[in-house]
Design a protein around this ligand. Sequence first.
Ligand code: FE
Length: 354
Amino acid sequence: MAVRWPVVLAIVSLLSACSAPAPIPAPDAASTPAGASEAVVNVYSGRHYDADGVLYQRFEAETGIKVRVLEAPGAQLLERLKAEGEASAADLILTSDAGNLAQLKAADLLAPVQSPILDAAIPAKLRDSEGKWYGLTKRARVIVFAKADAAAAQVKSYADLGLPRYKGRVCVRSSTNVYNLSLLSGMISSQGAEAAQKWAKAVRANFAREPEGSDTDQIKAVAAGACSLAIVNHYYLVRMLSSKDPSERQAAAQVQLVFPDQAGGGTHINVSGAGLAKFAAHRENAQRLLEFLVNKPSQTLLAEMNDEFPVRADVPAAGAVVALGPFKESNVPLDSFGANQAKAQAIFDAVDWR
Ligand code: FE
């Protein structure tokens, strides 16, 4: 327990050597060795947004609790935490996607939290039923289509993407990406594995190209005419619409977003979320930070800076997100994704959606 910060320092130097994350505050020499009574909280984050940094500063100013952050991509966080085990310095773990949160839970890296504050702020479907993780921001996995393509403009559902008339017109990223794994996991939850496999097979048959690139790359491919339809998270389009790069704004102007399945089960939604680390030394501080992140001012800032939806019903989304229009969300509980994740990957593999 006493060797916590040297371990983290080693990781931080490894990290900065390969992926240049946002600056990580150096551990305060005066405050080592770490102990439960210290006024600090150590955050391991798979997110890399300016908004988070602003919120940590506000939290420090309000509480006097110092926030120390280690950033790494979601998949690396999981491996890191597994490798560190009990020696981990992590108190609070933040990452995108319920699928990543489910993997942390399945690896027994999270501790349950009971909190009336969290329960009141966050709808039940956006948090783990055992209190091991909580959604902090919400995103929709939507369809974008080329405005110039009249047939594509008729798309209304995820199932439509498998219609014969869209043969060779669909772009989507790899099935190993957790956003797609969670989308299919949600379908398995709501429709069963057989229907989910039929869908994946039909969509795969309509691919314009083998999966490549990010969600943003799919939007660009639609704008460039390489395909007419793509599956992406809503905020990528919103960000492109107001991008500093004129070519991104131009590309975004060529496409339109549709919230799928409005006449059926509703659009697939997901979250970025957080959970208390199993071996957290600063449990109370971590819970306090978690509760702070869902208070009204924090949710307002997250909504406005990141173009995701707040999880709180009493905080509005950013103007550009509200402008997308109201939509019906799927009611599938997000903590059902984890149990279906392996099945989802097996289905993608079986239909050759790489
Ligand atoms: Fe994303």
